[in-house]
Write a protein that binds this ligand. Structure first.
Ligand code: C2E
Ligand code: MG
Ligand code: MG
Ligand code: MG
Length: 286
């Protein structure tokens, strides 16, 4: 392909991919020190109960304040961290920091139930033998009720997992930690399989709610969401929708019976103090 485009283009393409390789290398090399130097930070994005618009918690989303490249999103470094094994200490740091934050929200106090925090787990962490004991230690240290924590694992990471591989998640669920199936709908888990998973929530991938951003909504997307909600509720699972960007989309998803929503319509990911303010003011009416 590059050859057909002529000698010049070939050179350019090569130089660009070299630059990418070098960039990846320098990011990878910088990862361990970044954790020690405290260059990672977490933004929190509210999770809103659709029924009444109250903030019930937030998802913790990690960022890297890189000394040269500025703020990097997880899509730019999580895979590198997974390939180098740094994801385990990084993931543990995110969990500890998020738990500490959830405890701080509780201590700051507001009406209603305590705010909960969602933390993403990488498949490497699922395979890590100390996941359960680390999580218990983190909750203990933060003085946080396990029910205030939700761990998100993607559907794809669980496909094909046998009973043995699911054991740590089951143990965490038995302790009272919520487990959510993230990016749901992008994998191919069947009904029977879904029943066997120790999950309490399906997080419907953004791609399914995209067609509902503007009225009139895409009728096929509406049918799909309807079907998933009815399936989920039959299995006693809650449904969270991602990528809610408009008011009409939020209203439509509420009418379809979705339980919780997350997206720019309510708030972009932001600093922890803002979440507490949002919880006090009720985002949906503001
Ligand atoms: P995710 O868990 O599916 O998180 C949702 C992503 O959608 C976030 O991207 C969020 O900023 C973005 N988002 C939220 N609302 C909207 C919206 O209304 N419209 C659009 N277009 N996007 C929206 P982000 O922060 O870049 O994170 C990307 C992914 O990185 C996450 O996807 C998650 O899989 C992963 N990730 C984030 N933090 C961690 C972490 O601490 N550990 C691990 N293992 N993965 C993480
Ligand atoms: Mg997530
Ligand atoms: Mg997600
Ligand atoms: Mg997603």
């Amino acid at each position: 392909r590059a050859k057909a485009a002529g000698g010049n283009r070939y050179e350019v393409a090569d130089a660009a991919s070299d630059a990418r390789v070098i960039a990846r290398h320098s990011l990878t090399n910088g990862l361990p020190a970044a954790l020690e130097k405290g260059e990672f930070f977490i933004e929190y994005q509210p999770l809103v109960r659709l029924e009444d618009g109250t903030v019930r918690g937030a998802e913790a989303l990690v960022r890297w304040l890189h000394p040269v490249h500025g703020v990097l999103g997880p899509d730019q470094f999580i895979t590198l961290a997974e390939n180098t094994g740094l994801i385990v200490p990084l993931g543990r740091w995110v969990l500890a920091e998020a738990a500490r934050q959830a405890r701080a929200w509780r201590d700051a106090g507001h009406d209603g139930e305590p705010l909960r925090v969602n933390v993403n787990l990488s498949p490497c962490q699922l395979r890590y033998p100390d996941l359960v004991s680390d999580t218990v230690a983190v909750l203990d240290e933060a003085g946080l009720d396990p029910a205030a924590l939700c761990l998100e694992v993607t559907e794809n990471d669980l496909i094909g997992a046998d009973e043995e591989a699911l054991r740590p998640l089951r143990q965490l669920a038995d302790l009272g930690v919520d487990i959510a199936l993230d990016d749901f709908g992008t994998g191919y888990s069947n009904l029977a399989y879904l029943r066997r998973l120790p999950v309490s929530t399906l997080k419907l991938d953004r791609s399914f709610t995209l067609g509902m951003q503007r009225a009139p909504a895409d009728p096929v997307d509406v049918k799909i969401v309807e079907g998933i909600v009815s399936l989920a509720h039959t299995l006693d699972l809650a449904v969270t929708v991602e990528g809610v960007e408009t008011g009409s989309q939020a209203e439509h998803l509420r009418m379809l019976g979705c339980d919780t929503a997350q997206g720019w319509y309510y708030a972009r990911p932001g600093p922890p103090d803002r979440l507490h303010e949002l919880a006090l003011t009720d985002v949906a009416s503001g």
